[in-house]
Design a protein around this ligand. Structure first.
Ligand SMILES: *[C@@H]1O[C@H](CO)[C@@H](O)[C@H](O)[C@H]1NC(C)=O
Ligand SMILES: *[C@@H]1O[C@H](CO)[C@@H](O)[C@H](O)[C@H]1NC(C)=O
Ligand SMILES: *[C@@H]1O[C@H](CO)[C@@H](O)[C@H](O)[C@H]1NC(C)=O
Length: 607
């Protein structure tokens, strides 16, 4: 695979041409810009500056705080980035980079204090070069994954890895370690395809307070810059290594979960893009059997993942209301019925994958080109209809609102983690229905990376999405069980949180889990000696601020801001008190005593 001559590329290009042209014709439709995560209000005329706020795509950071800052700039060139960074560096002003979509859940984009500067990559959205013979693409950081992969395909090239939602920018997604699934080849993390980065960092006064650093292939600093959480500077260009456009064949296979633990590890070694979706209450798993096939194999499949399609706002509101009623009446069996129905619908429709452009699933396997199968997000292209339809978690309307806990656990420990989840499931099967409502526990394969903040070993990444109340003080149904899973992952099995997902608890002690943390911090210190790109949150997760990531207050455990140590951290008035975990007894979780008292088999021991 390594050395492919450009004439071979031309052949592949010719083979793949017809579908690409078709694809381009079809996708020239509308485009609804997502809601702007930034809002600024000008104060009275005397006040010089406006006051701005920023949030994430869910419009709720884990601690639900409002992030205020002073000014936002929208550079269009590297020179404009240079002058913005020079200005901030000269004044030792706090600065953060933000993407147009602001998808990371934790507070990575918030500069401390009210006067900070935000540098948005909104207008840095050009594809600069596709080098067919070198098989690389060079883009500005604000290019959406959707546009990058489309353009690469026009030249007969493909990015082998990528997250499943294509509405994220290349700068943001590499900086938080976004990935797909697969241990084989070069792995599933996009940052592992980075060949060169240009990054604007602070510099000495005699250098003009800011400079461009060019980090290439063998420069060890690239291992810091390709997954940097935005704390080194502003990426101005990314060059990715690509491969000749190829095809894949996908089949979803439903099985019992009885031998999941035996299957899970070997499955990752058998299928390049394999992944597993686990529905613990239904005792069911869906294996995604997903491999490369030669380009001449017939098929023009399309990933139109159901959960990323535009949905009528009325339907989104109705779905949310149903969830709220099931939660407030604590009717878990009802929740489980709904979960079963939605799982059955997902499986029957192949999760929205289609055999061709008629947008229907007819039969397996689904065969098609990489750029049409790896990622999806058709709601981004839906008509701009004043929110009559929307993406499924649009905070401007009543719609899905959730927590997302995602951890990678090394191969040697993943088996026991899954065994523990099964033990919990056997005690409280219905506890997992809230996760099943959001397509189950997604298990993906992540390969060891050289990135200092990347995976240190081959691991399994567990993604759980589940109901979050609009009221931070309202406990959830089976609060305790999912808190226990979270604490097991973080402490018992040393799970590493996805940098762009998770609640505060997920980040406790995170930097100690990285053997290469010191290398990363060395680069940070040399690039940004005054820490203008640092904030309290990034200092806390990087271990530079010893106060730690937890926030202790009334009800703090309900939103994963703390681990409870007293009942008041839960919701004692509603019967939720702090108790040990049931399988992992070192866990401390908010347990509903009313539910537990109905279950005579269960007695507390060590509190
Ligand atoms: C994959 O890895 C091989 C071996 O390290 C390397 O030569 C090749 O360039 C890589 N391909 C991509 C697309 O990164
Ligand atoms: C994806 O599905 C939606 C809803 O069925 C449809 O409107 C849209 O055209 C599909 N996208 C593509 C690219 O076919
Ligand atoms: C739970 O929901 C189901 C289905 O809607 C209903 O039949 C049942 O009566 C409800 N149980 C309680 C305790 O409300």
């Amino acid at each position: 695979m390594a050395q492919i001559h450009s004439s071979n590329v031309a052949t592949v290009w010719a083979l793949c041409l017809w579908s690409v042209c078709l694809f381009l014709l079809i996708s020239m439709a509308y485009s609804t810009p997502p809601g702007n995560p930034i809002s600024c209000t000008s104060k009275s005329t005397e006040a010089q500056k406006s006051y701005c706020t920023i949030s994430n795509a869910l419009n709720a950071f884990p601690d639900r705080s409002i992030c205020k800052f002073g000014t936002v700039v929208y550079p269009e060139t590297e020179d404009e980035i240079l002058s913005a960074v020079a200005m901030a560096s000269k004044q030792k002003m706090k600065v953060k980079v933000v993407t147009r979509t602001s998808h990371s859940i934790p507070k990575l984009i918030c500069p401390d204090g009210d006067d900070g500067l935000l540098i948005s990559t909104l207008k840095l959205d050009r594809i600069l070069n596709v080098d067919v013979s070198a098989m690389t693409i060079t883009v500005e950081p604000g290019v959406l994954l959707r546009d990058l992969t489309k353009h690469a395909a026009k030249s007969g090239l493909a990015l082998p890895a990528g997250p499943y939602w294509w509405g994220v920018t290349i700068g943001g997604l590499i900086s938080t370690g976004a990935h797909g699934s697969g241990w084989l080849g070069n792995g599933s993390a996009v940052h592992d395809y980075v060949q060169r980065i240009r990054i604007v960092t602070p510099a000495r006064p005699d250098e003009g307070y800011a400079k461009v650093r060019i980090l290439q292939n063998n420069d060890p600093d690239l291992n810091a810059a390709k997954l940097s959480l935005g704390v080194l500077g502003v990426i101005s260009q990314v060059t990715l290594r690509l491969e000749p456009l190829f095809k894949r064949s996908i089949t979803f296979v439903e099985k019992s979960d009885s031998d999941l633990i035996q299957q899970a590890l070997s499955f990752g070694n058998e299928h390049e893009f394999g992944e597993i979706t686990w529905y613990p209450n239904q005792r069911k798993v869906v294996y995604r059997v997903d491999d490369r096939v030669p380009c001449h194999v017939f098929g023009n499949g399309l990933n139109n993942f159901t959960a990323f399609r535009a949905v009528p706002s009325t339907a989104l509101a109705a779905k949310r209301s149903l969830e709220e009623i099931q939660e407030s009446t604590k009717n878990a069996s009802w929740q489980c019925i709904t979960a079963r129905t939605s799982t059955a619908a997902s499986i029957a429709s192949a999760y929205g994958f289609a055999n061709d452009d008629r947008n229907a699933f007819v039969r397996y396997p689904i065969i098609g080109y990489q750029h049409r199968l790896q990622s999806a997000g058709s709601c981004l292209d839906s008509p701009n209809d004043g929110l009559l339809t929307a993406c499924p978690a649009d905070p401007r309307i009543k719609s899905a609102f959730y927590h997302q806990s995602a951890f990678s656990i090394g191969i040697s420990k993943a088996k026991n983690f899954m065994l523990d989840i099964q033990k919990l499931r056997d005690l409280e099967p219905e506890a997992f229905c809230s996760v099943e409502l959001y397509d189950g526990i997604l298990i993906r394969y992540a390969k060891a990376s050289k990135a200092y903040l990347g995976k240190q070993e081959n691991s399994l990444e567990f993604d759980l999405t589940y109901y979050r109340s609009t009221n931070p003080n309202t406990p959830r149904l089976f609060e305790d069980i999912l808190e226990e899973v979270e604490q097991m992952a973080v402490f018992k099995y040393g799970g590493k949180p996805h940098w762009g997902k998770n609640r505060n608890v997920g980040f406790i002690g995170v930097i100690k889990k990285y053997e290469t943390a010191a290398e990363f911090l060395k680069v940070k210190k040399s690039y940004d000696p005054f820490g203008i790109f640092s904030s309290k949150w990034t200092d806390q997760i990087l271990g530079l601020d010893q106060t730690g990531v937890t926030i202790i207050k009334e009800g703090c455990a309900l939103e994963g801001l703390c681990i409870c140590s007293e009942d008041i951290h839960c919701a004692p008035k509603e019967g939720y008190v702090c108790r040990p975990g049931r399988v992992y007894t070192d866990a401390r979780v908010c347990t509903d005593i009313n539910r537990i008292s109905q279950n005579l088999a269960f007695t507390f021991t060590d509190m």
